[in-house]
Design a protein around this ligand. Structure first.
Ligand code: PLP
Length: 395
């Protein structure tokens, strides 16, 4: 019989997807489910973007493209970053099948077997598996709620060993929604420049910031820093384009060159039609981004108000992305619904079974005292879901 390669042990299916599946199963049985597990915008892709895709088909843009992406899109991405103060060219931009693929390429380009990659927790679920797949060792560095889950420069310094190759940064953060200030990022940049460590900066939620500040590209914060940083982003979150699968990396030239070569062997190129759609997304009118951001901001306020009324649940107000990271640990040791709840997985199972509220366990993000609530869903669902949750926790 065929047996799996050892590599198979490095990969576990995403816990967020497992919770969403359980929610779907209950829905199929006729239960009303308030689904707060989703890591994607509930808005439709903006119309101008969809039309650009139709036009691309009509113009026959349906063949292989250069491995690193169509020149117009690489150019447009490079311009976007130059406008944010990064000295870069189209040659340094690699378009991939989503930001996740760009992350995979980056780790494959930078990590040798046994190299350590520092990953601050709470972290997005895929980092550790992607690092392991590249032969690296994820070093999980816990942050504390009282620091807004932000990595402090001294904690970084203390974690660096001779094997440390990279630091993973993610601001705005999934799952906490926290956004590092320019001062905080600059202090981290200085600590990094004292070492030989490189950075992969995942900035996929950069346009979903609610305190009125502009996106900051980490690589621009100090002279020389850009030589050490691979910046990751894409259109999935900002333009409600998760299914189109377009993300990118901006990297030093030799790294970008390898990422393009790797991609040429693995996938040839990202979808030609999606690339034309992404080009319209970032170069066309930006009204829809603003409208979506304003709507997320409204929901965020509403959700925070409702959380404040939940018994024994606390939450640091996030300033970005579309998640609340709820501290539910005061309920551990209690019986909720039919279940004795002692961790985030049991909490989520009890909330789903008893109240029909689907959340993601913090354990999947390396923080078991918490559950993640996505407010990328309409206000009506949010309102009813919070009613159900309040009921569930009062009993
Ligand atoms: N990075 C973070 C922090 C994310 O939350 C996600 C999606 O959930 C991604 C990357 C992946 O984005 P994409 O859909 O473009 O691959």
């Amino acid at each position: 019989a065929l047996s799996l390669a050892e590599r198979a042990r490095l990969i576990s299916p995403s816990a967020t997807i497992a919770m969403a599946q359980k929610a779907r199963d209950l829905k199929a049985q006729g239960r009303t489910i308030f689904d707060f597990t989703l890591g994607e915008s509930d808005f439709d892709t903006p119309e101008n973007v969809g039309r650009a895709a139709w036009r691309a088909i009509e113009r026959g843009k349906t063949r292989y493209t250069p491995a690193a992406g169509i020149p117009e899109l690489r150019d447009a991405v490079a311009r976007l970053y130059r406008d944010r103060g990064l000295e870069t060219t189209a040659k340094q931009v690699v378009i991939s099948n989503g930001a996740k693929h760009a992350l995979h390429n980056a780790f494959m380009a930078l990590v040798n077997p046994g190299d350590e990659v520092i990953v601050p927790a709470p972290f997005w679920v895929s980092y550790a598996d992607l690092i392991r797949l590249a032969g690296g060792v994820p070093i999980i560095l816990n942050t504390s709620e009282s620091d807004d889950f932000k990595l402090k420069p001294d904690a970084f310094r203390a974690a660096v060993t001779p094997r440390t190759r990279l630091l993973l940064l993610n601001s705005p953060c999934n799952p906490t929604g926290m956004v590092y200030s320019v001062e905080e990022q600059t202090a981290l940049a200085d600590a990094i420049l004292e070492t030989e460590v490189g950075v992969v900066s995942d900035e996929i939620y950069e346009q979903l910031i609610f305190d009125g500040t502009e996106p900051v590209c980490f690589a621009t914060l100090r002279p020389g820093l850009a030589d050490r940083v691979v910046t990751i982003s894409g259109v999935s979150k900002s333009y409600a384009m998760t299914g189109w699968r377009i993300g990118w990396a901006v990297a030093p030239p030799a790294i970008a060159g390898f990422m393009a070569d790797l991609q040429s062997q693995e996938t040839s190129n990202p979808c030609s039609i999606s690339q034309h759609a992404a080009l319209e997304a970032i170069t066309g009118p930006q009204d829809s981004v603003r409208e979506m951001r304003e709507e997320f901001a409204r929901r965020r306020l509403y959700a925070l108000e409702r959380v404040a009324q939940l018994p024994d649940v606390t939450c640091r107000p996030p300033s970005g992305a579309f998640y609340l990271f709820l501290n539910v640990s005061a309920h551990y040791g209690r019986t909720l619904g039919e279940r004795l709840v002692t961790n985030s997985t049991e909490f989520c199972m009890a909330a789903l079974e008893t109240a029909g509220v689907a959340l993601v366990m913090g354990q999947a993000f390396g923080a078991d005292h918490y559950v993640r609530l996505s407010y990328a869903t309409d206000l009506e669902t949010l309102s009813q879901g919070f009613d159900a949750l309040a009921d569930f926790l009062k009993k």
